[in-house]
Design a protein around this ligand. Structure first.
Ligand code: HEM
Length: 507
């Protein structure tokens, strides 16, 4: 009897405690909303309010038809709102395409948010590098890497030209059909690995050869597998544990062993340098090398490897996707090719300089327009780590502040924002580089993100993509599309053309 009484008292105390904390939370949130003028948002996408099953099923259907981005854009249109509620399994989600909201998440209230599930999903491949950490750890990584993206480092046009020449060998000059996308992906991994490891995978040398035993090719394939596995982890969430993970685990091991070789070399180089210095040896002027700069800052090999993997992931497919999306569109508009040739004719056949590349107006507009219409990082998200507020999305007109409870995922859809007709006009769905003659967008144009985590490789990417485009324009008088269909999304972590970039080039 006495035992029952103890259980009863303990149970009641626990119940009262829960009731008290809930009530206290409710009251403090009510005051917080009032203080910030928040109004509820009446737009909800999912019908299942507990598990969001209908949302998961809709997502699976969209990925089968390769229309994830288009269907997401239609959700905003159908609901008639730029901000709405949704649900990812049990997690509440707010979807938004409001530039002011995105500015708030990424910049004004940066500290109210974390990367959320990304950290866990990417950890096997990326460890704790820049792309995959928050707070102090992220700030340290950014501090370590930032100097390596200064202008002199990212403008190594000689390296771009070397890789371009190798690519050119595989482009038929007689108009036979070629898939440029495949070549662009090889070119960017070759140049990125040279930039980062001081050793290029040189995959362009291997086109058409037996690649089975080549360790560089094995690495780049393994990196692709490991990268796709991170996406599977994010998509499947807790269900990932029921999948067969052997291939992914092997791929991560191959990547780690491969990169560790270059890291070992760099740390050994640093030790030799230190020994020379201690012995009073003369210090030669060293050529700048990314991996050596990291070895100068730290001898922690795992740290160097993690950062290299992170930058490779951030930089590998992104530039290739930009090029393949843009060439898909350029091939459909021969007039643009003609005008690009006129613009680049001032070079009179010689290679462009960094400054010249930056000043070619039409070239810049073509790149900007591709990143607007087909943003390579097409959607992104942040998790609220405290109760906070978005400036827009509240009320039926979406014009008042919106309360964001801690634990809410804010998913912002760059793709849909870049196609908003009220921001870009009724022809927002068309590839029209000339619109950039009068466009000076702020947060409504966000291919490289904004705020403290803005892309570190933006100049590197634009220089490489501009250089490759200018060189192809110099080499070929004409380009034709060999794809009758419209552009379709090939969505992984980045977004490229699903059907490749099939063109014919004539010199
Ligand atoms: C067209 C090409 C590229 C696009 C569209 C792009 C886009 C982006 C975006 C949207 C982010 C933010 C991701 C987030 O915070 O969730 C980002 C971050 C980053 N990007 Fe890029 N990127 C490109 C090329 C590159 C290249 C070539 C490199 C390196 C060589 C690079 C290095 C990085 C790094 C290190 C970060 C992490 C920054 C941080 O978290 O502080 N990116 N990029």
């Amino acid at each position: 009897m006495a035992q029952h009484a103890v259980f009863f008292v303990a149970g009641s105390a626990f119940f009262l405690y829960i009731l008290y904390t809930r009530l206290a939370l409710y009251l403090s949130r009510r005051a917080f909303k009032k203080q910030n003028g928040c109004q509820p948002n009446p737009y909800v996408f999912n019908k299942d309010p507990i598990l969001g099953i209908d949302n998961i099923l809709a997502g699976l259907r969209s990925s089968k038809t390769y229309t994830v981005l288009e269907d997401t854009q239609n959700k905003y249109k159908d609901l008639g709102s730029n901000t709405f509620h949704s649900r990812l399994a049990t997690m509440p989600v707010i979807m938004t395409t409001e530039p002011e909201n995105i500015k708030t998440i990424l910049s004004l209230k940066f500290k109210d948010y974390s990367l959320g599930a990304r950290e866990k999903a990417f950890k096997p491949l990326l460890g704790h590098g820049i792309f995959n950490s928050d707070g102090e750890r992220w700030a340290n990584s950014r501090h370590l890497l930032r100097p390596n993206f200064a202008r002199d480092q990212v403008a190594d046009l000689d390296a771009f030209e070397r890789h371009f020449k190798l690519m050119l060998k595989h482009v038929p000059k007689d108009g036979s059909t070629v898939d440029l996308q495949e070549l662009f992906f090889r070119l960017t991994i070759d140049s990125a690995t040279e930039f980062l490891f001081n050793h290029s995978t040189n995959s362009l040398r291997m086109v058409g050869q037996d690649e089975a035993d080549n360790e560089d090719v094995i690495f780049s394939k393994a990196f692709g597998v490991a990268q796709n596995d991170t996406l599977t982890r994010i998509r499947l969430s807790f269900m990932y544990r029921f999948t067969n993970q052997t291939e992914a685990r092997d791929a991560v091991r191959i990547c780690v062993e491969y990169v560790d070789k270059w890291v070992d070399d760099a740390v050994r180089w640093r030790q030799e340098k230190d020994a020379e210095k201690a012995a009073g040896g003369e210090k030669d002027e060293e050529r700048y090398l990314f991996i050596h700069e990291l070895a100068k800052q730290t001898s922690d090999k795992a740290r160097i490897r993690d950062e290299l993997m992170n930058v490779l992931l951030a930089g590998r497919d992104t530039t290739a996707s930009l090029l393949s999306n843009m060439f898909f569109e350029l091939a459909k508009q021969p007039e643009l090719w003609k005008r690009l040739r006129e613009e680049i004719a001032v070079l009179d056949g010689r290679l462009p300089t960094y400054e010249e590349l930056r000043n070619f107006k039409l070239l810049k507009w073509c790149l900007n327009e591709s990143l607007r219409l087909h943003p390579v990082v097409a959607a992104n998200s942040r998790l609220a780590i405290k109760d906070t507020v978005l400036p827009l999305g509240g009320g039926s007109d979406g014009k008042t502040p919106l309360f964001v409870p801690r634990g809410t995922l804010i998913s912002y859809t760059t793709y849909a924002m870049h196609r908003r007709e009220d921001l870009y006009g009724p022809d927002a769905h068309l590839y029209k580089p000339d619109r950039w003659a009068n466009l000076r967008p702020g947060w409504e144009y966000l291919p490289f993100n904004g705020g403290p985590r803005i892309c570190l490789g933006q100049q590197y990417a634009l220089t490489e993509a501009g250089f490759v485009t200018a060189r192809l324009v110099q080499e070929f008088a004409k380009m034709e599309s060999r794809d009758d269909g419209p552009w379709k999304e090939g969505l992984t972590l980045t977004c490229c053309s699903l059907n490749g970039t099939k063109v014919g080039l004539f010199n």
